[in-house]
Design a protein around this ligand. Structure first.
Ligand code: SF4
Length: 356
């Protein structure tokens, strides 16, 4: 059974791919094209409301989910219907959809409310085959992981952690207000529960050397993420980072440097790790810099060409950790008390109120 699972994880190699690409892995799993549809359930974030700090990460436009939000919140059913309609307009053959709880911290509510909203998203349209839930490493108490474990018994579930980097100066620079130890604690409690654990990584954080980024790559294998999302640091309007970039205070990574770094990174992660994304994405009228990250297909092509030029593929320079991720013990839950008590005080999620 384990051997069969491993063969499936490495199927991309027999398909002559250069890395374990997400789209192909979804096709293998579901037998057709699967697209994500973003859902805004009206969550906030402990990095914005003061539970850990205020202001949010320097790259995050948290006005989009603050009480003075600019975009009117819609019912989950309406969001799913609109998202599905726009995806099917763009792609002719879509077999199913993943409800992607994307903006803000999507585990930042009492577990009974999380259950209600996740079940709602799974039940509205039979074409919804699963959930993806974006969160911070310090906001995944065991009660939430147990809920996702239950949901994963009947549906595909992915929990997406914003790891970003393993280095504290970079985490501080971004104002993440958590350390890497929280990430280690969260993944060590999440692994092996039947849902997928995805790690989000940012390349090109000011002050991070190539060697430091490669240390983050090694950590992906050490911690045993099932999948990763890679993107370059980019600046959008309405953020502290955007202001600094406009003032010329920050130099962002160039395209060629990024392509080389991504290939170096992918060579160092395990071959079975699914690569969900290889570049950043922002609406053109919202993106400040670098403009090259709008050329999504060109970047992917450049990454594939670089693999071909080197004669390598994902995992070729991966050194397996001394202790396999599956052997790492499950630690005690270290979710900060300030986050737990804020969750307990939280009023009903806006989209659940709308359903009443
Ligand atoms: S933790 Fe996530 S949602 Fe919160 S401010 Fe940072 S990027 Fe935004």
């Amino acid at each position: 059974m384990i051997e069969q699972q491993f063969d499936e994880q490495l199927a991309w190699q027999s398909e002559k791919l250069l890395f374990n690409a997400f789209g192909a892995s979804l096709k293998r799993k579901f037998g057709g094209r699967i697209q994500r549809v973003s859902i805004d359930a009206g969550f906030t974030c402990p990095n914005v409301d003061g539970a850990v700090t205020r202001g949010g990460c320097n790259f995050c436009d948290n006005r989009s989910f603050s009480p003075s939000r600019r975009v009117r919140l819609k019912q989950v059913s309406e969001q799913l219907a609109n998202g599905i309609a726009s995806v099917t307009e763009r792609y002719s053959k879509v077999s199913g959809f993943i409800a992607y709880f994307q903006p803000a911290t999507n585990t930042y509510a009492p577990v009974d409310q999380l259950e209600e909203v996740f079940e709602l998203a799974l039940s509205i349209d039979p074409r919804v085959v699963g959930l993806a839930v974006g969160t911070r490493p310090d906001c995944a108490p065991d009660s939430v992981l147990e809920l996702l474990e239950r949901l994963a018994e009947k549906s595909s579930v992915s929990l997406e952690y914003g790891m970003q980097t393993i280095h504290q100066p970079g985490l501080d620079w971004m104002n993440r207000a958590h350390d890497h130890a929280s990430m280690v604690n969260a993944i060590d409690r999440s692994r092996g529960r039947g849902f997928e654990c995805c790690g989000h990584v940012i390349l090109g954080i000011p002050g991070e050397t190539h060697a430091m980024m490669m240390e983050t790559a090694a950590e992906v294998g050490r911690l045993g993420f099932d999948s990763i999302k890679l993107h370059n640091l980019y600046a959008v309007q309405g953020t502290p980072l955007g202001e600094e970039v406009l003032r010329g205070e920050i130099e962002l990574m160039g395209k060629e440097d990024y392509v080389q770094t991504v290939v170096d990174f992918l060579e160092r992660i395990p071959p079975e790790t699914i690569v969900e994304r290889v570049s950043g994405e922002a609406p053109p009228n919202y993106l400040i810099e670098p403009k090259w990250c709008l050329e999504k297909s060109a970047i992917r092509l450049a990454i594939e060409r670089e693999f071909v030029r080197r004669g390598t593929r994902q995992g070729d320079h991966h050194n397996p950790p001394k202790v396999a991720p599956s052997e790492r013990p499950r630690p005690a839950d270290e979710t900060p008390e300030s986050i737990r008590s804020q969750i307990d005080r939280r009023s009903r999620l806006p989209v659940l109120k709308m359903q009443e």
